[in-house]
Ligand binder design. Sequence first.
Ligand SMILES: Cc1ncc(COP(=O)(O)O)c(C=O)c1O
Length: 390
Amino acid sequence: MYQMGGATRRRFMSGLAAIFGISKLTPFGLAVQAAGQAPATPDGVQIDPQTEYDRLVKLSSNENPYGPSEAVMKAMTGAWKYASRYGYPDGGITEAIAEHHKVPPDHVLLGAGSAEILKAADDAFLPDHRKVVGVEPTFEVVYRFATNSKAQAVTVPLKEDYTVDMKEIIRVTRTNARDVGLVYICNPNNPTGNVVHKDDIKLLLDGIPEDIPVLVDEAYHHFVDNPDYESSLKYVLEGRKVIVTRTFSKIAAVAGMRLGYGVAPREVIDQMRPVIYGSINAIVKYGGVAALQDSSYEARIKLLNRQVRDQTMAQLKSMGYEIIPSDANFFMVNIKRDVMPVRQEFEKRGILVGRRFPPMDTWLRVSVGSEDDMRRFVAAFKEIVPAGAA
Ligand SMILES: Cc1ncc(COP(=O)(O)O)c(C=O)c1O
């Protein structure tokens, strides 16, 4: 099998690390992996980087700790025969997504992860010096893509209760209306984990000029259990200039395989399509079709996530820590001190947790892992953030 060379692997790692903020992992794993050396245990035994990575408790990138369902694995395994082709049959993934959402196939755009759709929206709607409006903190990749292409991000702080200040987003968008190319809303929001109220989404769409596209990033849609939430797909069906993005990285657990999509009216998709390269692999397209059909796996993951999340949050709350209500597979806890040194202490114990999300510098974002992952997390938390520090 082809092995990535050291330099290639370094480039690959730093690309993903830049997107997901997992750079500079020391001393436990990825820094060693990036350096291309096998780390040693205290007694000098060499451990290869893959084993080292496998041992980490990964609570920093909001992944699914349980892995893809059997049906997805089976479908992907069956598609290996297309690994050598360009013009392979794709399993009908676009049609399957379209049917799933009751939209025509020309309303669907596939991406190598939903991040590729976010990039396509930036490329299509934010030519030089245009503005993207959204909150801070959020999934800031959208703002990074924008500033890379000389567009500008205009951000609005969250309210005191860490919810989205929609009135302010509307005000800023209207004030800058001539220059605004895109409004970005992450629902549920990453890193806070809370939902944007359905009334606020309506307020936004009623309150800004209809020709400004609104991108609603629903990467964590499948974990939500909240009557105040609703998907913005209904606005796409109404023909509004709304792009909803979804991903197979989270609930379907194929983050490493890279598949996501956007749903929008045809004219909006047509504007984004030319900037998409088509870099999705053959195998995950089959996995995606199987995942859409596997609703029982989805329900199981959703339930497990909720149980483990709520149990961990209750433990931290009983220790006196403030936590933002979460409807996602991660949550934020206020540790009342800069998260970066604390994050390093977790790393020393082989546990990866979220980075700093300015201006919420004392809030640690923790992904929900398996029950065992969270047991290890809470034990480390008690050591690192001593009792009474809350
Ligand atoms: C809110 C949000 N949107 C999009 C993405 C990108 O995910 P992917 O490109 O794997 O679909 C992430 C990844 O963590 C995310 O948190």
